[in-house]
Design a protein around this ligand. Structure first.
Ligand code: 2AM
Length: 179
């Protein structure tokens, strides 16, 4: 079984902007540059045959490259992490791609959790009392109106996630270019 997810691969200009912002987060565990991503579908533990079938389906997706507009830092309903959001109206290409990925999952017959798509990039995680720390809320009140410079998304990928106490490590199982 492989713990896996499908996500946008973020290009260097996106990672640079996220890292600059992460440098200002006063506490918690920041996601490393290598683990910053925007999840399109979380698959959880999957048998390898299912991932092979999914790879076939994901390979068929034809979608143009598009500009991603990251904006607004917040907890978005989950106090254990801080995430960068996406400008709601600007990114219909993102929701189109996510819907194509969901169809690919269905065609491949995968069992997965269905949740409403709330595009975000997790930038830090918290434990214990950290989420209530006033310094954190001071940071969020400044960063909630943050708008990143748009970045070009040219690829998404199927990732394997290895969990460990120090944080997850993500390996690309297969990458899919956007035309
Ligand atoms: P998160 O960053 O908001 O926690 C890999 O774990 C990716 O899949 C993360 O981006 C995570 O979102 C997302 N994800 C979605 N549903 C998940 C779940 N039930 N368990 C773990 N990660 C999940």
């Amino acid at each position: 079984m492989t713990r896996s997810f499908v996500a946008l691969t973020l290009p260097d200009p996106a990672l640079d902007q996220l890292e600059a912002l992460q440098g200002q987060i006063p506490l918690g565990r920041r996601m490393t540059r290598e683990t910053l991503h925007l999840t399109l579908a979380f698959l959880g533990e999957q048998p390898d045959e299912a991932l092979v079938a999914l790879h076939e389906e994901l390979s068929q997706i034809r979608h143009s490259a598009f500009d991603l507009h990251m904006a607004g830092v917040g907890m978005y309903g989950n106090p254990n992490r801080l995430a960068m959001g996406v400008e709601a109206d600007a990114d219909s290409a993102l929701t189109d791609l996510q819907s194509d990925v969901t169809k690919a999952l269905r065609r491949a017959g995968l069992k997965f959790e269905k949740r409403r798509f709330r595009p975000h990039v997790t930038i830090a995680r918290f434990k214990g009392e950290e989420p209530t720390d006033p310094r954190l809320h001071g940071f969020i009140s400044g960063a909630m109106s943050y708008r990143a410079t748009a970045v070009r998304i040219t690829q998404f990928a199927l990732y394997e996630s290895h969990l460990s106490p120090g944080g997850a490590r993500h390996d690309v199982l297969a990458a899919y270019p956007l035309g």
